[in-house]
Design a protein around this ligand. Structure first.
Ligand SMILES: Cc1cc2nc3c(=O)[nH]c(=O)nc-3n(C[C@H](O)[C@H](O)[C@H](O)COP(=O)(O)OP(=O)(O)OC[C@H]3O[C@@H](n4cnc5c(N)ncnc54)[C@H](O)[C@@H]3O)c2cc1C
Length: 348
């Protein structure tokens, strides 16, 4: 018997792929609420999930903004803006249809000698325990698998008109960025993330965009784990997937596709008795490592460096970007390499 803690995208999707008897536990009664995500899903997700009833919008461009420069890059393939409430519930239903049993109002508390203990006093015996319990994973903490670092994200859903086909990024935060993502003609998801001073960054961004308080429909915010190539994903019969495993694209903070891919890797490993880390390496870790290195360099950039970077992207006419298939050659053009090197040396 396999027990999955967390009915988010990672836990539910994994449960829909497993051959064994599966129980999914979540402390929530209403899965998918509150929404704590911008919902940008890159094109590749269609290789895994055919359904699209949870898609709110599609984007075709990314606009990059620094203090004095701006550049629009068209995307090779459109990306999807999804409704996380509908997405999470679609995936949970998929798992239930496959035969998994769902137990809401079960908060994971402890795990000893194959026995899971819940805050409601219940206990369940299991052969395998899977932590799909998000950025603050208690399964990880109890099992002592990873040391985690996070960005703090703050976002609003707001009445705000912006180009419906364009995802706007603002390099105005030292270790991350701010964003505007269109949900429909009149609504946008606007936010930022950073490992420090999030309220100050958020307030500055709201002032810059002249966002009126009365137009704010919802406040959303949560932690985004930071990927580290040295991290582990398993100890004995305990495995981690999705945010619990800190499987995140460090350039963008995207964890939805890594959640899908890590679920596939673990399902392959458990169904076919293969090594989980090897399965992860095959489909995910290379791209996360490239993201990790690029984020390391970007975090050394100051405002002037970002201005230069955007000028260079214009000069190199970087276009038709495929974010699912980033390669070193896409990112390291001679002058961009030099700019990165200067930023790194300046910060040694
Ligand atoms: C503001 C913000 C914007 C983001 N935008 C994007 C984006 O645009 N694109 C993208 O790809 N990614 C984005 N992300 C990241 C994305 O939201 C996560 O990577 C994704 O939710 C990971 O799914 P998960 O199933 O691993 O974890 P979660 O979605 O966190 O699900 C974990 C589940 O575990 C349950 N749980 C937690 N603790 C316990 C416990 N002790 N017992 C029982 N149940 C428990 C929770 O209730 C939840 O249902 C964003 C994150 C934030 C914070």
């Amino acid at each position: 018997m396999i027990s999955v803690i967390g009915a988010g995208p990672a836990g539910s999707y994994l449960s829909s792929l497993l051959d064994d008897e599966v129980k999914i536990f979540d402390y929530k009664e209403n899965i998918g609420k509150p929404i704590q995500c911008t919902g940008v899903l890159t094109n590749r997700f269609q290789d895994y999930i055919k359904e699209k009833k949870f898609v709110d919008n599609k984007i075709y461009n990314i606009e990059l903004n620094s203090k004095n420069e701006s550049h629009i890059i068209s995307l090779k393939k459109p990306e999807f803006i999804i409704n996380r409430y509908k997405y999470d519930n679609f995936l949970l239903q998929k798992a239930i249809d496959k035969g998994a049993k769902f137990y809401p109002k079960h908060q994971f508390r402890d795990f000893r000698e194959n026995m899971i203990y819940f805050s409601n006093g219940e206990k369940v015996k299991t052969d395998i325990l899977i932590g799909a319990d998000g950025p603050l994973s208690k399964v990880n903490r109890i099992s002592n698998i990873q040391n985690k670092k996070h960005w703090v994200a703050k976002q609003i859903k707001v009445k705000y008109k912006t180009e419906l086909d364009t995802y706007k990024v603002y390099f105005n935060i030292p270790d991350f960025f701010s964003w505007i993502v269109p949900e429909d003609e009149n609504t946008a998801r606007i936010g930022c993330a950073s490992s420090s001073n999030i309220n100050q960054h958020f307030d500055n961004f709201m002032r810059k965009l002249n966002v009126k308080k009365e137009n704010i429909l919802e406040y959303q915010g949560a932690l985004i784990p930071q990927y580290n190539p040295m991290q582990k994903y398993q100890k004995g019969n305990v495995y981690l997937i999705g945010d619990a495993a800190s499987l995140i694209k460090n350039i963008s903070g995207g964890g939805l596709l890594p959640a899908i891919k890590s679920s596939h890797a673990l399902a392959n490993s458990l169904n076919k008795n293969k090594d989980y880390k090897k399965e992860l390496s095959k489909i995910l870790l290379k791209s996360l490592n490239l993201n990790y290195l690029t984020r390391k360099v970007l975090n050394k950039f100051n405002e002037k460096d970002y201005d230069k970077l955007i000028k260079l992207l214009k000069e190199y006419k970087l276009d038709k970007l495929d974010r699912d298939n980033l390669r070193y050659t896409d990112l390291i053009k001679p002058k961009i390499g030099l700019l990165s090197l200067k930023a790194l040396i300046r910060n040694i």
